[in-house]
Design a protein around this ligand. Structure first.
Ligand code: AMP
Length: 604
Protein backbone atom coordinates (compact mmCIF):
# COMPACT_ATOMS: atom_id res chain seq x y z
CA UNK A 1 0.00 0.00 0.00
CA UNK A 2 1.08 3.55 -0.61
CA UNK A 3 3.32 5.15 1.96
CA UNK A 4 2.60 8.81 2.44
CA UNK A 5 4.66 11.15 4.47
CA UNK A 6 4.54 14.90 5.12
CA UNK A 7 7.64 16.83 6.08
CA UNK A 8 8.07 19.40 8.79
CA UNK A 9 8.44 22.92 7.45
CA UNK A 10 12.04 24.00 6.89
CA UNK A 11 13.73 25.97 9.61
CA UNK A 12 14.79 29.50 9.04
CA UNK A 13 18.32 29.80 7.66
CA UNK A 14 21.21 30.84 9.86
CA UNK A 15 21.44 34.53 10.74
CA UNK A 16 23.77 36.57 8.55
CA UNK A 17 26.35 38.68 10.24
CA UNK A 18 25.41 41.83 8.30
CA UNK A 19 21.86 42.80 8.65
CA UNK A 20 20.54 45.01 5.87
CA UNK A 21 18.10 43.06 3.76
CA UNK A 22 15.39 44.21 1.38
CA UNK A 23 11.90 43.14 0.43
CA UNK A 24 10.86 43.42 -3.22
CA UNK A 25 7.33 43.45 -4.57
CA UNK A 26 7.99 42.53 -8.21
CA UNK A 27 4.66 43.58 -9.72
CA UNK A 28 3.13 43.27 -13.16
CA UNK A 29 2.64 47.02 -13.51
CA UNK A 30 4.72 48.49 -10.72
CA UNK A 31 7.47 47.23 -8.43
CA UNK A 32 8.68 48.42 -5.04
CA UNK A 33 11.63 47.89 -2.76
CA UNK A 34 11.46 48.27 1.01
CA UNK A 35 13.61 47.67 4.06
CA UNK A 36 13.33 47.78 7.83
CA UNK A 37 15.00 50.88 9.24
CA UNK A 38 15.23 51.28 12.99
CA UNK A 39 12.64 48.58 13.39
CA UNK A 40 10.13 50.15 10.98
CA UNK A 41 9.35 48.83 7.50
CA UNK A 42 9.81 51.62 4.95
CA UNK A 43 9.51 51.84 1.18
CA UNK A 44 12.73 53.11 -0.40
CA UNK A 45 12.46 56.02 -2.84
CA UNK A 46 14.44 56.60 -6.00
CA UNK A 47 16.36 59.85 -6.64
CA UNK A 48 13.14 61.52 -7.82
CA UNK A 49 11.39 60.53 -4.59
CA UNK A 50 9.22 57.93 -6.33
CA UNK A 51 8.19 54.89 -4.35
CA UNK A 52 6.73 53.00 -7.32
CA UNK A 53 8.95 51.84 -10.17
CA UNK A 54 6.92 51.01 -13.29
CA UNK A 55 7.82 47.43 -14.31
CA UNK A 56 8.88 48.65 -17.74
CA UNK A 57 12.26 48.19 -19.45
CA UNK A 58 13.48 49.83 -22.64
CA UNK A 59 16.32 48.29 -24.62
CA UNK A 60 18.44 50.53 -26.84
CA UNK A 61 21.60 49.28 -28.54
CA UNK A 62 23.82 50.75 -25.85
CA UNK A 63 21.51 51.43 -22.92
CA UNK A 64 18.92 49.74 -20.76
CA UNK A 65 16.37 52.06 -19.17
CA UNK A 66 14.06 50.93 -16.38
CA UNK A 67 11.01 52.41 -14.65
CA UNK A 68 9.65 55.94 -15.09
CA UNK A 69 12.21 56.84 -17.73
CA UNK A 70 11.32 53.75 -19.74
CA UNK A 71 7.60 54.63 -19.74
CA UNK A 72 7.99 57.27 -22.47
CA UNK A 73 9.33 54.64 -24.90
CA UNK A 74 6.04 52.75 -24.79
CA UNK A 75 4.73 55.11 -27.46
CA UNK A 76 7.95 56.13 -29.21
CA UNK A 77 9.67 52.70 -29.38
CA UNK A 78 7.13 50.03 -28.35
CA UNK A 79 9.08 47.21 -30.07
CA UNK A 80 11.98 47.58 -27.66
CA UNK A 81 9.91 48.44 -24.60
CA UNK A 82 8.97 45.50 -22.41
CA UNK A 83 5.92 45.67 -20.16
CA UNK A 84 4.07 43.10 -18.00
CA UNK A 85 6.99 40.63 -18.13
CA UNK A 86 5.62 39.00 -14.97
CA UNK A 87 2.66 37.64 -16.91
CA UNK A 88 5.09 35.62 -19.03
CA UNK A 89 7.49 34.41 -16.34
CA UNK A 90 8.29 30.75 -16.65
CA UNK A 91 6.70 30.50 -20.08
CA UNK A 92 9.90 30.83 -21.98
CA UNK A 93 13.35 29.26 -21.91
CA UNK A 94 14.67 31.29 -24.77
CA UNK A 95 17.55 33.28 -23.35
CA UNK A 96 17.56 35.98 -25.98
CA UNK A 97 18.02 39.57 -24.98
CA UNK A 98 14.46 40.44 -23.93
CA UNK A 99 12.92 37.31 -22.46
CA UNK A 100 10.80 37.69 -19.28
CA UNK A 101 13.61 36.49 -17.01
CA UNK A 102 16.01 39.05 -18.46
CA UNK A 103 13.42 41.85 -18.24
CA UNK A 104 12.64 40.95 -14.64
CA UNK A 105 16.32 40.77 -13.80
CA UNK A 106 16.80 44.28 -15.21
CA UNK A 107 13.93 45.55 -13.05
CA UNK A 108 15.41 43.80 -10.02
CA UNK A 109 18.87 45.30 -10.74
CA UNK A 110 17.25 48.73 -10.85
CA UNK A 111 15.49 48.13 -7.52
CA UNK A 112 18.71 46.86 -6.01
CA UNK A 113 20.44 50.06 -7.12
CA UNK A 114 17.65 52.17 -5.55
CA UNK A 115 18.32 50.27 -2.30
CA UNK A 116 22.09 50.74 -2.52
CA UNK A 117 21.72 54.48 -3.24
CA UNK A 118 19.24 54.92 -0.46
CA UNK A 119 20.93 52.75 2.17
CA UNK A 120 24.53 53.47 1.28
CA UNK A 121 25.42 49.79 1.21
CA UNK A 122 24.62 46.58 -0.61
CA UNK A 123 21.90 44.53 1.06
CA UNK A 124 22.91 41.04 2.09
CA UNK A 125 19.84 39.54 0.53
CA UNK A 126 16.29 40.01 -0.64
CA UNK A 127 12.86 38.51 -0.13
CA UNK A 128 10.95 38.66 -3.39
CA UNK A 129 7.19 38.27 -3.51
CA UNK A 130 5.34 36.17 -6.06
CA UNK A 131 1.62 35.47 -6.56
CA UNK A 132 0.42 32.52 -4.50
CA UNK A 133 -0.66 30.76 -7.71
CA UNK A 134 2.83 30.85 -9.28
CA UNK A 135 3.94 27.32 -10.17
CA UNK A 136 7.42 25.79 -9.99
CA UNK A 137 8.55 27.19 -13.29
CA UNK A 138 7.37 30.69 -12.54
CA UNK A 139 9.08 30.61 -9.14
CA UNK A 140 12.27 29.22 -10.67
CA UNK A 141 12.18 31.94 -13.31
CA UNK A 142 11.79 34.63 -10.62
CA UNK A 143 14.71 33.19 -8.65
CA UNK A 144 16.80 33.00 -11.78
CA UNK A 145 16.04 36.66 -12.58
CA UNK A 146 17.13 37.67 -9.08
CA UNK A 147 20.34 35.68 -9.37
CA UNK A 148 21.16 37.34 -12.71
CA UNK A 149 20.56 40.69 -10.99
CA UNK A 150 23.15 39.68 -8.39
CA UNK A 151 20.62 39.42 -5.57
CA UNK A 152 20.92 36.82 -2.86
CA UNK A 153 17.39 35.45 -2.61
CA UNK A 154 16.63 34.81 1.04
CA UNK A 155 13.32 33.39 -0.05
CA UNK A 156 10.37 33.85 -2.34
CA UNK A 157 7.28 34.88 -0.41
CA UNK A 158 3.67 34.71 -1.46
CA UNK A 159 2.18 38.16 -1.93
CA UNK A 160 -0.86 37.62 0.38
CA UNK A 161 1.37 36.27 3.11
CA UNK A 162 3.57 39.35 2.82
CA UNK A 163 0.50 41.57 3.24
CA UNK A 164 -0.52 39.71 6.40
CA UNK A 165 2.99 40.11 7.80
CA UNK A 166 2.92 43.85 7.08
CA UNK A 167 -0.15 44.06 9.34
CA UNK A 168 1.75 42.22 12.05
CA UNK A 169 -0.80 39.45 12.04
CA UNK A 170 1.91 36.89 12.76
CA UNK A 171 1.98 38.27 16.29
CA UNK A 172 -1.53 37.05 16.96
CA UNK A 173 -1.86 33.59 18.47
CA UNK A 174 -3.88 32.15 15.62
CA UNK A 175 -6.37 33.30 13.02
CA UNK A 176 -7.79 32.97 9.55
CA UNK A 177 -7.30 35.87 7.17
CA UNK A 178 -8.64 36.72 3.78
CA UNK A 179 -6.43 38.75 1.47
CA UNK A 180 -8.45 40.62 -1.15
CA UNK A 181 -6.12 41.96 -3.85
CA UNK A 182 -7.69 44.12 -6.56
CA UNK A 183 -5.18 45.96 -8.73
CA UNK A 184 -5.51 47.74 -12.06
CA UNK A 185 -6.09 44.64 -14.15
CA UNK A 186 -6.19 41.58 -11.91
CA UNK A 187 -8.01 40.21 -8.92
CA UNK A 188 -6.63 37.64 -6.46
CA UNK A 189 -8.11 36.29 -3.29
CA UNK A 190 -6.17 34.15 -0.83
CA UNK A 191 -7.08 32.59 2.46
CA UNK A 192 -4.37 32.31 5.06
CA UNK A 193 -4.39 30.58 8.35
CA UNK A 194 -1.98 31.36 11.14
CA UNK A 195 -1.17 28.99 13.93
CA UNK A 196 1.60 29.57 16.48
CA UNK A 197 3.51 31.92 14.18
CA UNK A 198 3.13 29.66 11.14
CA UNK A 199 1.28 30.99 8.12
CA UNK A 200 -0.40 28.64 5.73
CA UNK A 201 -2.10 29.61 2.46
CA UNK A 202 -5.25 27.50 2.49
CA UNK A 203 -6.68 28.45 -0.88
CA UNK A 204 -6.29 30.87 -3.75
CA UNK A 205 -8.62 32.07 -6.48
CA UNK A 206 -8.97 35.05 -8.77
CA UNK A 207 -9.54 36.53 -12.19
CA UNK A 208 -6.67 37.76 -14.32
CA UNK A 209 -8.98 40.02 -16.31
CA UNK A 210 -10.79 41.91 -13.58
CA UNK A 211 -9.41 45.08 -12.05
CA UNK A 212 -9.65 48.83 -11.63
CA UNK A 213 -9.67 49.34 -15.41
CA UNK A 214 -13.07 47.60 -15.59
CA UNK A 215 -14.51 50.06 -13.08
CA UNK A 216 -13.13 52.97 -15.15
CA UNK A 217 -14.96 51.52 -18.12
CA UNK A 218 -18.25 51.45 -16.20
CA UNK A 219 -17.98 55.16 -15.52
CA UNK A 220 -16.90 55.83 -19.11
CA UNK A 221 -19.99 54.03 -20.46
CA UNK A 222 -22.20 55.80 -17.92
CA UNK A 223 -20.96 59.24 -19.09
CA UNK A 224 -21.48 58.42 -22.76
CA UNK A 225 -24.97 57.15 -21.99
CA UNK A 226 -25.87 60.21 -19.97
CA UNK A 227 -24.70 62.82 -22.45
CA UNK A 228 -25.67 60.77 -25.49
CA UNK A 229 -22.44 61.53 -27.39
CA UNK A 230 -19.56 59.17 -28.13
CA UNK A 231 -15.87 60.12 -28.54
CA UNK A 232 -15.03 60.62 -32.19
CA UNK A 233 -11.28 60.16 -32.00
CA UNK A 234 -8.72 58.02 -30.17
CA UNK A 235 -7.57 61.10 -28.28
CA UNK A 236 -11.10 61.93 -27.10
CA UNK A 237 -11.57 58.32 -26.07
CA UNK A 238 -8.30 58.23 -24.12
CA UNK A 239 -9.08 61.58 -22.47
CA UNK A 240 -12.51 60.39 -21.39
CA UNK A 241 -11.00 57.18 -20.04
CA UNK A 242 -8.55 59.16 -17.91
CA UNK A 243 -11.41 61.43 -16.71
CA UNK A 244 -13.38 58.30 -15.76
CA UNK A 245 -10.49 56.94 -13.73
CA UNK A 246 -10.06 60.31 -11.97
CA UNK A 247 -13.76 60.32 -11.07
CA UNK A 248 -13.54 56.78 -9.74
CA UNK A 249 -10.55 57.69 -7.58
CA UNK A 250 -12.19 60.93 -6.38
CA UNK A 251 -15.31 58.99 -5.36
CA UNK A 252 -13.15 57.12 -2.85
CA UNK A 253 -12.84 60.37 -0.96
CA UNK A 254 -15.91 62.44 -1.87
CA UNK A 255 -19.65 61.88 -2.01
CA UNK A 256 -19.80 63.07 -5.60
CA UNK A 257 -17.49 64.18 -8.36
CA UNK A 258 -17.87 66.35 -11.41
CA UNK A 259 -16.59 65.58 -14.87
CA UNK A 260 -16.00 68.18 -17.56
CA UNK A 261 -15.30 66.68 -20.93
CA UNK A 262 -15.00 67.99 -24.41
CA UNK A 263 -16.54 65.68 -26.96
CA UNK A 264 -17.01 66.54 -30.57
CA UNK A 265 -16.03 70.14 -29.79
CA UNK A 266 -18.75 70.54 -27.17
CA UNK A 267 -18.05 70.85 -23.46
CA UNK A 268 -20.17 68.62 -21.24
CA UNK A 269 -20.41 68.67 -17.51
CA UNK A 270 -21.79 65.87 -15.40
CA UNK A 271 -21.99 65.02 -11.72
CA UNK A 272 -21.56 61.43 -10.55
CA UNK A 273 -22.36 60.38 -7.00
CA UNK A 274 -21.13 57.49 -4.89
CA UNK A 275 -24.64 56.05 -5.20
CA UNK A 276 -24.45 56.15 -9.01
CA UNK A 277 -21.12 54.37 -8.83
CA UNK A 278 -22.48 51.81 -6.38
CA UNK A 279 -25.33 50.97 -8.79
CA UNK A 280 -22.91 50.72 -11.70
CA UNK A 281 -20.35 48.55 -9.96
CA UNK A 282 -22.56 46.15 -8.02
CA UNK A 283 -22.34 43.31 -10.49
CA UNK A 284 -18.55 43.54 -10.90
CA UNK A 285 -18.09 43.64 -7.15
CA UNK A 286 -20.39 40.68 -6.72
CA UNK A 287 -18.30 38.83 -9.25
CA UNK A 288 -15.30 39.24 -6.96
CA UNK A 289 -17.41 38.03 -4.04
CA UNK A 290 -18.28 34.87 -5.96
CA UNK A 291 -14.55 34.14 -6.29
CA UNK A 292 -14.07 34.89 -2.60
CA UNK A 293 -16.75 32.31 -1.83
CA UNK A 294 -15.10 29.77 -4.12
CA UNK A 295 -11.82 30.21 -2.23
CA UNK A 296 -13.69 29.81 1.06
CA UNK A 297 -15.25 26.60 -0.25
CA UNK A 298 -11.82 25.30 -1.33
CA UNK A 299 -10.49 26.06 2.15
CA UNK A 300 -13.60 24.40 3.67
CA UNK A 301 -14.42 27.59 5.54
CA UNK A 302 -17.34 29.97 5.82
CA UNK A 303 -17.50 33.75 6.03
CA UNK A 304 -17.74 33.52 9.82
CA UNK A 305 -14.37 31.79 10.03
CA UNK A 306 -12.53 34.83 8.70
CA UNK A 307 -10.96 36.94 11.44
CA UNK A 308 -9.52 39.74 9.32
CA UNK A 309 -9.77 40.96 5.75
CA UNK A 310 -6.58 42.46 4.34
CA UNK A 311 -6.76 44.80 1.38
CA UNK A 312 -4.07 44.87 -1.30
CA UNK A 313 -3.98 46.82 -4.59
CA UNK A 314 -4.97 50.37 -5.48
CA UNK A 315 -8.57 49.48 -6.35
CA UNK A 316 -9.33 48.42 -2.79
CA UNK A 317 -9.55 52.12 -1.97
CA UNK A 318 -13.03 52.17 -3.54
CA UNK A 319 -15.57 53.00 -0.83
CA UNK A 320 -18.26 50.81 -2.36
CA UNK A 321 -15.90 47.84 -2.29
CA UNK A 322 -14.98 48.40 1.34
CA UNK A 323 -18.67 48.75 2.22
CA UNK A 324 -19.52 45.51 0.44
CA UNK A 325 -16.75 43.58 2.19
CA UNK A 326 -17.78 45.07 5.53
CA UNK A 327 -21.40 43.95 5.00
CA UNK A 328 -20.40 40.53 3.73
CA UNK A 329 -17.99 39.66 6.55
CA UNK A 330 -19.79 41.67 9.27
CA UNK A 331 -16.55 43.44 10.11
CA UNK A 332 -14.52 46.25 8.54
CA UNK A 333 -11.49 45.28 6.42
CA UNK A 334 -8.02 46.35 7.59
CA UNK A 335 -7.23 49.64 5.86
CA UNK A 336 -4.52 51.34 7.90
CA UNK A 337 -1.68 50.48 5.49
CA UNK A 338 -1.32 51.77 1.97
CA UNK A 339 -2.66 48.93 -0.24
CA UNK A 340 -0.02 49.73 -2.88
CA UNK A 341 2.94 49.20 -0.57
CA UNK A 342 1.66 46.63 1.91
CA UNK A 343 3.20 43.64 0.07
CA UNK A 344 6.67 45.24 -0.19
CA UNK A 345 6.54 46.18 3.51
CA UNK A 346 5.71 42.61 4.50
CA UNK A 347 8.55 41.33 2.31
CA UNK A 348 10.93 43.77 4.03
CA UNK A 349 9.86 42.53 7.47
CA UNK A 350 10.39 38.94 6.39
CA UNK A 351 13.80 39.83 4.90
CA UNK A 352 14.77 41.55 8.14
CA UNK A 353 13.73 38.43 10.00
CA UNK A 354 15.70 36.10 7.72
CA UNK A 355 18.73 38.37 7.97
CA UNK A 356 18.82 37.51 11.65
CA UNK A 357 17.60 40.84 12.99
CA UNK A 358 14.58 39.47 14.79
CA UNK A 359 14.24 36.81 17.37
CA UNK A 360 10.74 35.65 16.54
CA UNK A 361 10.81 32.81 14.10
CA UNK A 362 8.34 33.09 11.29
CA UNK A 363 7.62 30.06 9.17
CA UNK A 364 5.57 30.45 6.08
CA UNK A 365 3.63 27.83 4.32
CA UNK A 366 2.13 28.14 0.88
CA UNK A 367 -0.02 25.95 -1.32
CA UNK A 368 0.41 24.08 -4.59
CA UNK A 369 -2.09 25.42 -7.15
CA UNK A 370 -2.45 22.10 -9.02
CA UNK A 371 -1.94 18.47 -8.06
CA UNK A 372 1.38 16.81 -8.85
CA UNK A 373 1.78 13.17 -9.66
CA UNK A 374 3.10 10.63 -12.11
CA UNK A 375 2.07 8.38 -14.95
CA UNK A 376 1.14 4.78 -14.16
CA UNK A 377 0.24 1.85 -16.42
CA UNK A 378 -2.58 2.43 -18.86
CA UNK A 379 -1.90 6.16 -19.27
CA UNK A 380 -3.32 6.98 -15.87
CA UNK A 381 -2.26 9.88 -13.69
CA UNK A 382 -1.58 9.06 -10.05
CA UNK A 383 -1.65 12.12 -7.79
CA UNK A 384 1.11 12.26 -5.18
CA UNK A 385 0.73 15.81 -3.87
CA UNK A 386 -2.88 17.01 -4.12
CA UNK A 387 -3.66 20.57 -5.13
CA UNK A 388 -3.82 23.15 -2.35
CA UNK A 389 -1.34 21.12 -0.27
CA UNK A 390 0.68 23.34 1.98
CA UNK A 391 4.37 23.60 1.19
CA UNK A 392 7.10 22.74 1.99
CA UNK A 393 5.89 19.20 1.55
CA UNK A 394 7.36 15.76 0.94
CA UNK A 395 5.24 12.82 -0.07
CA UNK A 396 6.33 9.36 -1.03
CA UNK A 397 4.54 6.43 -2.57
CA UNK A 398 5.72 2.94 -3.49
CA UNK A 399 5.36 1.66 -7.03
CA UNK A 400 6.31 -1.58 -8.66
CA UNK A 401 7.26 -3.13 -11.99
CA UNK A 402 4.67 -4.28 -14.52
CA UNK A 403 6.62 -6.96 -16.34
CA UNK A 404 8.78 -9.89 -15.21
CA UNK A 405 12.45 -9.01 -15.42
CA UNK A 406 11.80 -5.30 -15.89
CA UNK A 407 15.06 -3.43 -15.18
CA UNK A 408 14.14 0.17 -15.90
CA UNK A 409 11.23 2.48 -15.28
CA UNK A 410 10.29 5.88 -16.67
CA UNK A 411 9.04 8.37 -14.11
CA UNK A 412 6.82 10.84 -15.93
CA UNK A 413 5.94 13.80 -13.70
CA UNK A 414 2.54 15.35 -14.27
CA UNK A 415 0.60 18.36 -13.07
CA UNK A 416 -3.17 18.69 -13.13
CA UNK A 417 -6.44 17.37 -11.83
CA UNK A 418 -7.49 15.00 -14.61
CA UNK A 419 -7.35 11.20 -14.47
CA UNK A 420 -5.61 10.59 -17.78
CA UNK A 421 -2.01 11.48 -18.59
CA UNK A 422 -3.06 13.03 -21.90
CA UNK A 423 -5.23 15.56 -20.07
CA UNK A 424 -2.53 16.57 -17.58
CA UNK A 425 0.48 18.75 -18.12
CA UNK A 426 3.77 16.93 -18.58
CA UNK A 427 6.45 18.54 -16.39
CA UNK A 428 9.43 16.22 -16.78
CA UNK A 429 10.55 12.64 -17.36
CA UNK A 430 13.47 10.66 -16.02
CA UNK A 431 14.50 7.00 -15.91
CA UNK A 432 15.36 4.72 -13.05
CA UNK A 433 17.77 2.11 -14.43
CA UNK A 434 19.50 -0.87 -12.86
CA UNK A 435 16.46 -2.41 -11.16
CA UNK A 436 17.47 -6.05 -10.52
CA UNK A 437 15.34 -8.40 -12.67
CA UNK A 438 12.45 -9.73 -10.58
CA UNK A 439 8.96 -11.09 -11.05
CA UNK A 440 6.46 -8.35 -11.91
CA UNK A 441 5.11 -6.70 -8.79
CA UNK A 442 7.97 -7.66 -6.49
CA UNK A 443 10.28 -4.66 -6.88
CA UNK A 444 9.47 -1.79 -4.53
CA UNK A 445 10.27 1.60 -5.99
CA UNK A 446 9.74 4.52 -3.66
CA UNK A 447 9.03 7.74 -5.51
CA UNK A 448 9.38 10.88 -3.42
CA UNK A 449 7.99 14.27 -4.42
CA UNK A 450 9.44 17.18 -2.51
CA UNK A 451 8.46 20.82 -2.83
CA UNK A 452 10.76 23.17 -0.97
CA UNK A 453 9.84 26.39 0.82
CA UNK A 454 10.17 28.33 -2.45
CA UNK A 455 7.79 25.98 -4.21
CA UNK A 456 10.43 24.21 -6.29
CA UNK A 457 9.81 20.56 -7.03
CA UNK A 458 12.28 17.68 -6.98
CA UNK A 459 11.37 14.04 -7.54
CA UNK A 460 13.44 10.98 -6.70
CA UNK A 461 12.94 7.25 -7.24
CA UNK A 462 14.75 4.59 -5.20
CA UNK A 463 14.57 0.83 -5.63
CA UNK A 464 14.26 -0.32 -2.03
CA UNK A 465 16.19 -3.61 -2.21
CA UNK A 466 19.31 -2.34 -3.95
CA UNK A 467 19.20 1.38 -3.21
CA UNK A 468 19.47 2.19 -6.95
CA UNK A 469 18.38 5.80 -7.24
CA UNK A 470 17.58 8.46 -9.77
CA UNK A 471 16.18 11.95 -9.35
CA UNK A 472 15.28 15.16 -11.14
CA UNK A 473 14.69 18.78 -10.28
CA UNK A 474 11.91 20.33 -12.31
CA UNK A 475 13.56 23.11 -14.24
CA UNK A 476 11.75 26.04 -15.79
CA UNK A 477 11.08 24.64 -19.22
CA UNK A 478 7.69 26.21 -19.65
CA UNK A 479 5.18 27.58 -17.18
CA UNK A 480 1.50 28.15 -16.77
CA UNK A 481 -0.40 31.37 -16.84
CA UNK A 482 -3.04 31.88 -14.14
CA UNK A 483 -5.64 31.52 -16.93
CA UNK A 484 -4.26 28.09 -17.81
CA UNK A 485 -4.40 27.02 -14.16
CA UNK A 486 -8.03 28.15 -13.95
CA UNK A 487 -8.93 26.40 -17.15
CA UNK A 488 -7.21 23.16 -16.02
CA UNK A 489 -9.22 23.28 -12.80
CA UNK A 490 -12.47 24.00 -14.63
CA UNK A 491 -11.87 21.13 -17.04
CA UNK A 492 -11.22 18.72 -14.20
CA UNK A 493 -14.64 19.59 -12.78
CA UNK A 494 -16.37 19.50 -16.16
CA UNK A 495 -14.94 16.11 -17.13
CA UNK A 496 -14.85 14.57 -13.64
CA UNK A 497 -17.47 11.90 -14.40
CA UNK A 498 -15.99 10.93 -17.78
CA UNK A 499 -12.51 10.89 -16.27
CA UNK A 500 -13.47 8.55 -13.46
CA UNK A 501 -15.26 6.23 -15.89
CA UNK A 502 -12.28 6.25 -18.23
CA UNK A 503 -9.95 5.57 -15.34
CA UNK A 504 -12.09 2.64 -14.16
CA UNK A 505 -12.18 1.28 -17.71
CA UNK A 506 -8.40 1.59 -18.05
CA UNK A 507 -7.90 -0.20 -14.75
CA UNK A 508 -10.20 -3.01 -15.90
CA UNK A 509 -8.27 -3.08 -19.17
CA UNK A 510 -4.88 -3.44 -17.43
CA UNK A 511 -6.26 -6.28 -15.28
CA UNK A 512 -7.69 -7.99 -18.35
CA UNK A 513 -4.43 -7.67 -20.30
CA UNK A 514 -2.34 -9.20 -17.52
CA UNK A 515 -4.87 -12.03 -17.15
CA UNK A 516 -4.78 -12.72 -20.90
CA UNK A 517 -0.96 -12.57 -21.00
CA UNK A 518 -0.67 -15.05 -18.11
CA UNK A 519 -3.13 -17.48 -19.70
CA UNK A 520 -1.50 -17.26 -23.11
CA UNK A 521 1.83 -18.14 -21.53
CA UNK A 522 0.24 -21.07 -19.69
CA UNK A 523 -1.35 -22.30 -22.93
CA UNK A 524 2.03 -22.31 -24.63
CA UNK A 525 3.54 -24.64 -22.09
CA UNK A 526 0.58 -26.71 -20.89
CA UNK A 527 -2.18 -26.74 -23.52
CA UNK A 528 -2.04 -30.56 -23.60
CA UNK A 529 -3.75 -30.51 -20.20
CA UNK A 530 -6.91 -29.21 -21.87
CA UNK A 531 -9.40 -30.92 -24.11
CA UNK A 532 -9.78 -29.40 -27.54
CA UNK A 533 -13.14 -28.02 -26.49
CA UNK A 534 -11.79 -26.41 -23.33
CA UNK A 535 -8.92 -24.81 -25.23
CA UNK A 536 -11.27 -23.44 -27.90
CA UNK A 537 -13.52 -21.94 -25.21
CA UNK A 538 -10.55 -20.17 -23.59
CA UNK A 539 -9.21 -18.91 -26.93
CA UNK A 540 -12.66 -17.59 -27.82
CA UNK A 541 -12.86 -15.62 -24.57
CA UNK A 542 -9.34 -14.23 -25.08
CA UNK A 543 -10.35 -13.09 -28.58
CA UNK A 544 -13.50 -11.46 -27.20
CA UNK A 545 -11.49 -9.60 -24.55
CA UNK A 546 -8.96 -8.39 -27.12
CA UNK A 547 -11.71 -7.24 -29.47
CA UNK A 548 -13.42 -5.45 -26.60
CA UNK A 549 -10.18 -3.63 -25.69
CA UNK A 550 -9.23 -2.75 -29.26
CA UNK A 551 -12.74 -1.66 -30.20
CA UNK A 552 -12.80 1.14 -27.66
CA UNK A 553 -12.08 4.57 -28.90
CA UNK A 554 -9.23 6.01 -26.82
CA UNK A 555 -11.40 8.55 -25.03
CA UNK A 556 -14.86 7.08 -24.93
CA UNK A 557 -17.76 8.53 -23.02
CA UNK A 558 -18.10 5.58 -20.76
CA UNK A 559 -21.33 5.22 -18.90
CA UNK A 560 -21.13 2.76 -16.06
CA UNK A 561 -24.06 0.41 -16.66
CA UNK A 562 -24.68 -3.18 -17.66
CA UNK A 563 -23.95 -2.38 -21.31
CA UNK A 564 -20.87 -0.25 -20.69
CA UNK A 565 -17.53 -1.41 -22.16
CA UNK A 566 -16.10 -1.64 -18.65
CA UNK A 567 -18.87 -3.90 -17.38
CA UNK A 568 -18.63 -6.12 -20.47
CA UNK A 569 -14.84 -6.32 -20.12
CA UNK A 570 -15.10 -7.18 -16.43
CA UNK A 571 -17.69 -9.87 -17.15
CA UNK A 572 -15.47 -11.37 -19.85
CA UNK A 573 -12.49 -11.35 -17.45
CA UNK A 574 -14.57 -13.04 -14.72
CA UNK A 575 -15.72 -15.62 -17.26
CA UNK A 576 -12.14 -16.25 -18.40
CA UNK A 577 -11.09 -16.72 -14.80
CA UNK A 578 -13.93 -19.21 -14.30
CA UNK A 579 -13.24 -21.30 -17.39
CA UNK A 580 -9.53 -21.43 -16.64
CA UNK A 581 -9.87 -22.40 -12.99
CA UNK A 582 -9.83 -26.12 -13.88
CA UNK A 583 -6.82 -25.52 -16.10
CA UNK A 584 -5.03 -23.79 -13.22
CA UNK A 585 -5.69 -26.78 -10.91
CA UNK A 586 -4.38 -29.19 -13.53
CA UNK A 587 -1.22 -27.09 -13.92
CA UNK A 588 -0.77 -26.99 -10.17
CA UNK A 589 -1.10 -30.78 -9.98
CA UNK A 590 1.37 -31.17 -12.81
CA UNK A 591 3.88 -28.90 -11.04
CA UNK A 592 3.46 -30.77 -7.76
CA UNK A 593 3.88 -34.12 -9.48
CA UNK A 594 7.03 -32.88 -11.21
CA UNK A 595 8.38 -31.66 -7.88
CA UNK A 596 7.60 -34.96 -6.17
CA UNK A 597 8.74 -37.36 -8.84
CA UNK A 598 11.60 -39.52 -7.69
CA UNK A 599 11.23 -38.49 -4.04
CA UNK A 600 10.53 -40.94 -1.20
CA UNK A 601 7.53 -40.30 1.01
CA UNK A 602 9.75 -39.54 4.01
CA UNK A 603 11.55 -36.80 2.03
CA UNK A 604 8.38 -34.84 1.52
P1 AMP B 1 -2.39 48.72 -8.63
O1 AMP B 1 -2.36 47.80 -9.83
O2 AMP B 1 -2.45 47.98 -7.34
O3 AMP B 1 -1.36 49.78 -8.68
O4 AMP B 1 -3.80 49.46 -8.72
C1 AMP B 1 -4.09 50.38 -9.71
C2 AMP B 1 -5.57 50.60 -9.70
O5 AMP B 1 -5.94 51.23 -8.46
C3 AMP B 1 -6.01 51.54 -10.81
O6 AMP B 1 -7.16 51.00 -11.44
C4 AMP B 1 -6.36 52.79 -10.04
O7 AMP B 1 -7.38 53.54 -10.69
C5 AMP B 1 -6.86 52.24 -8.73
N1 AMP B 1 -6.84 53.26 -7.68
C6 AMP B 1 -5.79 53.96 -7.23
N2 AMP B 1 -6.20 54.85 -6.30
C7 AMP B 1 -7.54 54.70 -6.17
C8 AMP B 1 -8.55 55.33 -5.38
N3 AMP B 1 -8.27 56.32 -4.55
N4 AMP B 1 -9.82 54.90 -5.52
C9 AMP B 1 -10.13 53.90 -6.37
N5 AMP B 1 -9.22 53.28 -7.15
C10 AMP B 1 -7.95 53.68 -7.05
Amino acid sequence: MALLQISEPDQISEPHHRNIAIGIDLGTTNSLVATVKSGIATVLKDYNQNELTPSVVHYASNKITVGHEALQFRTTDPKNTMISAKRFMGLDVDLTSKNPVKVSSDILSHLKQIAIDSLGETPIGAVITVPAYFDDNQRQATKQAAEIAGLNVLRLLNEPTAAAIAYGLENTESGTFLVYDLGGGTFDVSILSLNKGVFEVLAVNGDTHLGGDDFDKLIYDFIINKIGVSPISDIEEATLMIASRNIKEALSMEESSKVNCKLNNTLYSLEITQNDFWDLSKSLLNKTLMLVKKALRDAKLTINDINQIILVGGSTRMTNLRRLLHDCFHKPPLTSLNPDTVVALGAAIQADNLAGNRNDELLLLDVTPLSLGLETMGGLAQKIIPRNSTIPVTRAQDFTTYKDGQTAMTIHILQGERELVDDCRSLAKFSLKGIPPMTAGVAKIRVTFQIDADGLLSVSAVEQNTGVMSSIEVKPSFGLTPEQITSMLNESIKYAKDDINTRLFNEAKIDAISLVEAIEQALQTDHELLTNNEEQQILLLIRQIKTQIEGINPKPLLEDNAQSPRTILKQLSIRLNEVTSGFASKRMNKAIKAGLSGKKIEEI
